[in-house]
Design a protein around this ligand. Structure first.
Ligand SMILES: [Zn+2]
Length: 416
């Protein structure tokens, strides 16, 4: 089995031009004494929107690693795949995010739930688990309810895991199970049952992405109760250790935080938890890099700035359709979106400041940022006109991409 390193960062690179700039952030962090391994991730949905193939992610990653002489591991993640979408990722990826959110709450045979509960008497009763803020009690009815809710998802994970295992054979792969794209967060007691279900399905997962409490909006900071998040994150870490010992799950099993970019208020909480427990983490980011491309192009001025203005004004005309697929993960205040006639007069520096995620900055506009976050399809439509500008302005774009990942993300999360 391929083994996932302790600290990993998922980097999405929608147009496959920033792999070097992203890797540079990991190199900078290594100079600070922290080893974080990059995982290039791209979902089937993103590939469809952009018209790219999974192999292009592998090629961009390999080229960046070669160019910068990175000798540590790196991975390519088939992000949020399911049984019907995994096949075209099998060759190019060595990391698979098995998305089973659709199976949550789906029906499954009463008999299998009953047998699961019979097989797991240890799940019933009072749980005093090291690292948990307080003991919890789970009766048979509660364990049955949780098993009913998650069994289909666990069985789906099993089927996808076995499908990938068969295809990868001796080459091995890393499995993540994700349940983040759903309505209700999973509580720590639920996580314990989920891990038991996955262990029964023989899913050798090395990372799991639960849905945490609070809002993980795209490209902006966390919105929610920080104390509650801290308790939940710490409790989840305790549950993981407990389940590893109890069910023989991989020893390096860790939490994966999806939509993890830009959650600046969470990073100190996560950092403290990691330092205290020695746990690892996978932080998945994606669209934050595409926004840095726009910031770099705005700063470049000329055609770059003109293109950013054009994308923004088109986005304004299509707010509803652009936002619809992301309604659960964006909060745009439409009244705060300046009209195209206003932004037409903005300088490159002004547009860059509106987009760049520096929360206290007087010109920062989270609504503009979130709208552009979901507007990458508009850039994809421009094809070579967009990627040509990325190439022509590579230095200024790369500077922003690296700075964002290194200074605002990796350093805040791992160094402080
Ligand atoms: Zn996710």
């Amino acid at each position: 089995m391929l083994s996932l390193e302790k600290f990993t960062i998922g980097v999405g690179d929608r147009f496959a031009h920033q792999a070097k700039a992203q890797l540079q952030a990991c190199i900078n962090l290594a100079a600070d004494g922290v080893e974080v391994v990059p995982v290039w991730n791209k979902s089937n949905r993103e590939h469809t929107f952009i018209g790219s193939s999974p192999q292009s992610v592998r090629d961009a990653a390999d080229a960046a690693v070669q160019a910068l002489g990175w000798r540590k591991p790196y991975h390519v993640d088939a992000d949020h795949i399911r049984l019907d979408t995994v096949d075209r990722f099998l060759d190019a990826s060595d990391f698979f995010t098995i998305d089973v959110a659709d199976g949550i709450g789906a029906e499954c045979p009463e008999k299998s739930v009953f047998r699961f509960v019979q097989r797991h008497p240890e799940l019933i009763g009072e749980h005093r688990i090291a690292g948990l803020s307080e003991p919890f009690e789970a009766g048979e009815a509660e364990v049955t309810r949780i098993a009913e809710k998650y069994m289909r998802a666990a069985k789906d994970a099993g089927a996808i895991f076995r499908h990938i295992s068969k295809a990868k054979g001796k080459r091995g792969f890393i499995a993540e199970v994700s349940m983040d794209e759903t309505d209700a967060p999973q509580t720590p007691p639920e996580l314990l049952v989920i891990l038991a279900l996955l262990a029964d399905e023989k899913v050798r997962l090395q990372t799991i992405a639960p849905k945490f409490t609070g809002r993980f909006n795209k490209g902006v900071d966390y919105v929610g109760d920080l104390a509650q998040f801290e308790r939940e994150f710490n409790d989840d870490l305790g549950i993981l250790q407990h389940a590893i010992a109890l069910y023989g799950l991989p020893k390096n099993l860790k939490l994966s935080v999806h939509s993890g970019s830009d959650k600046f208020s969470l990073y100190p909480i996560i950092r403290r938890a990691l330092q205290r427990t020695g746990a690892g983490v996978h932080l998945k980011t994606a669209g934050t890099t595409w926004l840095e491309e726009l910031i770099g192009l705005a700063e470049a001025g000329g055609e770059g700035l003109a293109l950013v203005k054009d994308i923004y004004s088109t986005a304004l005309d299509h707010v509803d359709e652009l936002c619809a697929p992301y309604s659960a993960v964006i909060d745009i205040n439409r009244a705060a979106l300046p009209g195209a006639a206003i932004t037409a007069r903005w300088s490159g520096a002004q547009f860059a400041s509106a987009m760049r995620h520096i929360p206290g900055h007087p010109e920062f506009n989270p609504s503009v940022r979130q709208l552009l976050h979901v507007s990458f399809k508009l850039a994809a439509k421009k094809g070579g006109a967009y990627t040509g500008l990325l190439k022509a302005n590579e230095a200024i774009v790369a500077k922003n991409v690296t700075e964002n990942l290194y200074a605002r993300h990796l350093r805040t999360l791992f160094v402080g």
